[in-house]
Design a protein around this ligand. Sequence first.
Ligand code: GMT
Length: 399
Amino acid sequence: MSGEGTPVADRRYSGGCHYILQPSMKIGITCYPTYGGSGVVATELGLELAARGHDVHFISYAVPVRMAEPSERIHFHEVEVMNYPLFDHPPYTLALATKMHNVAANEGLDLLHVHYAIPHSVSAYLARAMLRPARLPFVTTLHGTDVTLVGADRSYLPITRFSIEQSDAVTAISEYLRGVTEREFGARKTVEMIPNFVNCDVFQPADGACHRAMFASDSERLLAHLSNFRPVKRVTDVIEIFALVRKEIRARLLMIGDGPERGEAEWMARERGIARDVIFLGKQNQVQDLINCADVMLLPSDLESFGLVALEAMACGVPCVCSRVGGLPEVVREGVDGYLLEPRDVPGMAAKALDILTDPDRREAMGRAGRERAINQFCSDKIIPLYEELYRRVLDGDG
Ligand code: GMT
């Protein structure tokens, strides 16, 4: 640890606070850098920590998607995987462990924080062992399928359980996921719950900031969906829900993101005769500007350990219609800031979306309630100190 008080680079981060009186830390963060909730959370965490005066070193195979412009406290270290004809499967886990070790040694990292257990916590375990006798503790944050899929695929279970147990501290992003982890992996490791967060200055209602007119006329309502279009997200249900809504009112649908189910969703939109009203935008940065255009957010997933998109929508004052699964009920309150329905209840979700879209007062009240909840429970300024406190406990050998 070093430093006594350091100015903050970007005032949008850390709630506009620009001088933090605390010793700063050097933190290595590893995540999947692609579009996806765990990478977004890890990247936003790094940006927030840097804004609070810490040195952040992202270690991954590509620059994380939401990483801001370079700053003196944000560094990126690319993991290059050597290939050789013998390697049918390039050994990324080992390349990552080596890079973690080298960065820790060269930059004097205090600790590593890995997001998503497989394979990141295994690499961190190796890096920590390689660096001995110097100390390099690591924190593992579980995001979802690193636990739930492993529960289904026994081949990964022993090594995931091992690397979780070996972590100096383990966090899960919802009570739901903490419970699943304890059931799957036994009670041999304490799992702390630190919920996901949103930067309430970046994600905030901003009428006029979005170019709504590009997507819908004044007489049309605008629905949105944002995901990585994996099967678990049920993007075809999004299209079906919209088709039912479209039968009742003039509306358009923004599909933000990309992934394996996009082709199926595009086909279904054509099949239902609504293709002209469904806009596939593909992968986007600045998603807050798009969310802000929407009147309602649809998230009909089969499973969400948290549902970061629901929180981002709430912070923008946009009500959600979601599945009552996983950690989503910990984020969205039924009938208050959105609606929760059984997954695959397409008619039910369409009816609730129509309730919101045809009643401006209800939409307004739900949007306001969601924004308040995001501010009170999930804003970065509430959550980042929990990670800092955890790091300090780990560094004090008290994790
Ligand atoms: O676990 C996954 O499927 C991947 C992960 C990701 O990288 O998008 O998503 C999970 O982590 C997000 C951030 O913590 C959560 O908001 C998502 O709910 C969660 N996804 C699932 O549980 C399916």
